[in-house]
Design a protein around this ligand. Structure first.
Ligand code: NAD
Length: 277
């Protein structure tokens, strides 16, 4: 089974499907990531704030998989945007991950009340230029944050990692991303399990038609829409299920029916970027 890749605006490629480890308990992370790598995942999405970079690093080291076959993302936490803190933060993350560089380093949240995201973005670009990450990106940036960051730093992020699932599709940010060749990474791609995907006929009907689960249909929808996803689970059968989405294709009508489930702001299930500082 081969996982498709996308080419980012800096020329680097990224596996379109990976494994996200938000809320994977630190003590269980090495086991879970080892299992994911065994099953065939090659892209791991973690963050300093998840507290489980050591487990990710231990699993990678034990796997024996060549570095250039792995894709690792981590993120700069909100209290480390100022001064040279980002330089210290990436060094700490690399030590925990036992890596010389990550593939993607993200400003985790814009923390707009502190008005320091432009500086944080500048620092992440410098970290990229120093070779400690291959690509530089942002997360949870609204269009205003993106516009200002690009205008003041002069570099367009490779990705913007945002909450995005059938009920909450962030159309404005997604359109900006297309216009600026920024890839969208959808976090909470399954709505974080906070609503029942199969309750929606557009999802349930496609699942029945293709002999797939509701989660697989939603992941397939993301992939066909050109987004990068890394669903989270600590259960072996779900890790397998979430990777088993490359042997069917949704029709244009099925994709459109899921896209029509967007509820705008009412569909959000997690924090709004303005409220995280
Ligand atoms: P998700 O949408 O991946 O939901 C995970 C939950 O969905 C699981 O806990 C489980 O309850 C359920 N689930 C998983 N597979 C399933 C299946 N096959 N069938 C039925 N239910 C299933 O949400 P998430 O973990 O929040 O997002 C994925 C990743 O995105 C995270 O692990 C993390 O790496 C990243 N993330 C980033 C941010 C950010 O601010 N940048 C925020 C949240 C998450």
């Amino acid at each position: 089974m081969s996982i498709p890749t996308l080419t980012l605006n800096d020329g680097n490629t990224i596996p379109q499907l990976g494994y996200g480890v938000f809320k994977v308990p630190p003590a269980d992370t090495e086991r879970a990531v080892s299992e994911a790598l065994e099953i065939g995942y090659r892209h791991i999405d973690t963050a300093a704030i998840y507290g489980n970079e050591e487990g990710v690093g231990a699993a990678i080291a034990a796997s024996g998989i060549a570095r250039d076959e792995l894709y690792v993302t981590t993120k700069l936490w909100n209290d480390r945007h100022d001064g040279d803190e980002p330089n210290r933060a990436i060094e700490e993350s690399l030590t925990k991950l036992r890596l010389d560089f990550v593939d993607l380093y993200l400003v985790h949240w814009p923390t707009p009340a502190k008005d320091n995201y432009v500086h944080a973005w500048q620092k992440v670009v410098e970290i990229r230029d120093a070779g400690l990450t291959r690509s530089a990106g942002v997360s949870n940036f609204l269009v205003a944050h993106l516009e200002r960051s690009v205008a003041e730093v002069g570099v367009v992020p490779a990705v913007n990692q945002i909450e995005l699932h059938p009920r909450y599709q962030q159309r404005g940010i997604a359109e900006w991303a297309v216009q600026h060749d920024v890839k969208i990474e959808a976090w909470g791609p399954l709505g974080q399990g906070k609503y029942d995907l199969q309750d929606f006929a557009a999802i349930g009907d496609a699942a029945t038609a293709h002999g797939k689960s509701a989660a697989q249909v939603v992941l397939r929808w993301h992939l066909q829409e050109g987004r990068i996803v890394f669903p989270k689970s600590v259960r072996t059968e779900r890790l397998r299920e979430n990777l088993d989405v490359f042997d069917f294709t949704l029709s244009d009508a099925e994709v459109a029916a899921i896209t029509a489930l967007d509820e705008g702001a009412a569909g959000r299930v997690a924090s709004h970027p303005d409220d995280v500082n």
